[in-house]
Ligand binder design. Structure first.
Ligand SMILES: [Zn+2]
Ligand SMILES: [Zn+2]
Length: 158
């Protein structure tokens, strides 16, 4: 059986048995979404047939691995994302794997941060400002002021 086959649901399979419950199944999303290559996700779901509709509720959970948008550090984040969907008899087969992928993608942060107040990298010396105070910006400001003063002095001495 193909790995992702477990997430391909066939309406016909619910003819004998009305409920399907899957717990803590490994969900391989790695190669699909670049930022989630190192992530470890699992899925639990329950699919129940109500007449001609199969209704699915589930949760995808585990750790996602990101690169901080400010300091470029690799960090892990625990996630737990609920989802709900359904399909009808006329659909025949339903790719729940695709549904889960979209759920995960919609939940991805636009700007992943290793922590909310991450100070990022110094754009002058490149050091990580969470670990070190480099004062590059202050030095730059002092130079800027000094330069301004020297210009003012030049104007005044003319
Ligand atoms: Zn950071
Ligand atoms: Zn610096």
């Amino acid at each position: 059986m193909e790995f992702m086959e477990k997430f391909l649901l066939r309406f016909d399979d619910f003819k004998k048995q009305k409920t399907l419950e899957i717990k803590d199944e490994i969900f391989d999303i790695g190669s699909e979404i670049e930022v989630l290559k190192q992530s470890e996700l699992r899925v639990s779901f329950k699919a129940v047939r109500y007449g001609e509709i199969i209704s699915i509720t589930g949760v995808v959970f585990g750790t996602e691995t990101f690169e901080c948008a400010r300091c470029l550090k690799i960090f892990k984040k625990e996630v737990k994302i609920g989802f709900e969907c359904s399909f009808a008899q006329e659909d025949g087969v339903f790719d729940l794997g695709d549904e889960i992928k979209q759920t995960v993608m919609l939940d991805l942060p636009m700007q992943p941060l290793c922590f909310e107040e991450c100070r990022g990298l110094c754009h002058i010396c490149g050091c990580n400002k969470n670990d070190k105070n480099c004062n590059c910006q202050e030095k730059l400001n002092i130079e800027f002021i000094a330069e301004k003063w020297s210009k003012i002095k030049k104007i005044n001495s003319k």
